[in-house]
Design a protein around this ligand. Structure first.
Ligand code: G
Ligand code: G
Ligand code: MN
Ligand code: NA
Length: 254
């Protein structure tokens, strides 16, 4: 069966698709503050298939919207069921595809999932990429505003790797800039360090918080902390974890 048909089947049956959670940490306090949901597909024939492979397939077919709805609903339910939304609740970050922005009912769907699962909107953070902002004629700004009206937060993923102009950044109602791993990787170079400092400052000038991705070394975390970056995720703190392991980590830290 072609990948697309198998993916369709996986979505219909459910148990081949899993959501892993990568912890996100506050750089100043060291506290766990949230996690990013990252999808995994265990195909019965081929074993683990990376989202880097199946997300593009889902985007080319029309499966991506179904898949996004599934991840939102599944992980919001998981958060509520396991008491992760209470006092000092953890935020839950979920990736949107640029394709989501050609779906005028995106915000309505998100709101329905929030209501169905009883998930507090302010703890949901939707990640979009620069490509989503730059799509022409799709009313991306209107869709973002209606998402914001539901009370969720918006993060710009992979910041610095796409084409977003500074003018766009000012216009869009974002909460968090996620600094791409490629910048964190060159923090040991003078120019890399200067760029990261500038990105963190830019985030603050625009009224956003910043989160560095792909942090693997304590020296990187120290630099980020010193330049005022608020949060990080990366192998230094934890790799993405299966749901059960994520709960073990949370219970140890509480
Ligand atoms: O863990 P990593 O290999 O998880 O993820 C690879 C890529 O797949 C990343 O760019 C990540 O943003 C993307 N990805 C993972 N899960 C999802 C998802 O649920 N939706 C979308 N749109 N992208 C995802
Ligand atoms: O594109 P997005 O930022 O959503 O995807 C995050 C990707 O980065 C996932 O594939 C995730 O598994 C991976 N990742 C997360 N932390 C680290 C890290 O510290 N090092 C490396 N090499 N990859 C990471
Ligand atoms: Mn992401
Ligand atoms: Na990223």
């Amino acid at each position: 069966l072609a990948l697309e048909s198998r993916l369709h089947r996986a979505l219909a049956h459910g148990d081949e698709l899993k959501v892993y959670y990568q912890p996100q940490w506050d750089l100043q306090s060291g506290n766990l503050v949230g996690a990013e949901a990252l999808m995994r597909w265990f195909d019965p024939d081929e074993g683990l298939i990376s989202p880097a492979v199946f997300i593009p397939v889902a985007e080319e077919s029309n499966l991506i919207n179904l898949m996004t709805d599934w991840v939102i609903e599944h992980s919001c339910e998981f958060w509520v069921k396991n008491g992760l939304t209470g006092a000092n609740g953890l935020h839950l970050a979920i990736n949107l595809s640029p394709r989501s922005f050609s779906n005028a009912t995106l915000a309505v769907g998100v709101q329905e999932s929030l209501l169905r699962t009883g998930f507090p909107p302010h703890l949901l953070e939707l990640e979009l990429t620069e490509g989503a902002l730059m799509q022409e004629g799709t009313g991306a700004l209107a869709i973002l505003q209606s998402l914001r009206d539901t009370g969720v937060r918006l993060a710009l993923d992979d910041f610095g790797t796409g084409y977003s102009s500074l003018a766009y950044l000012r216009k869009f109602p974002l909460d968090v800039l996620k600094i791409d791993k490629s910048f964190v990787d060159v923090l040991n170079e003078e120019s890399g360090a200067a760029m990261v400092t500038a990105i963190v400052d830019l985030a603050h000038v625009l009224g956003f918080r910043s989160l560095a991705e792909g942090v693997e070394e304590e020296s990187q975390a120290s630099f980020l902390r010193a330049c005022g970056c608020e949060m990080y995720q990366g192998y230094l703190g934890s790799k993405p974890l299966p749901a059960a392991e994520f709960l073990v980590l949370v219970s140890k830290l509480k």
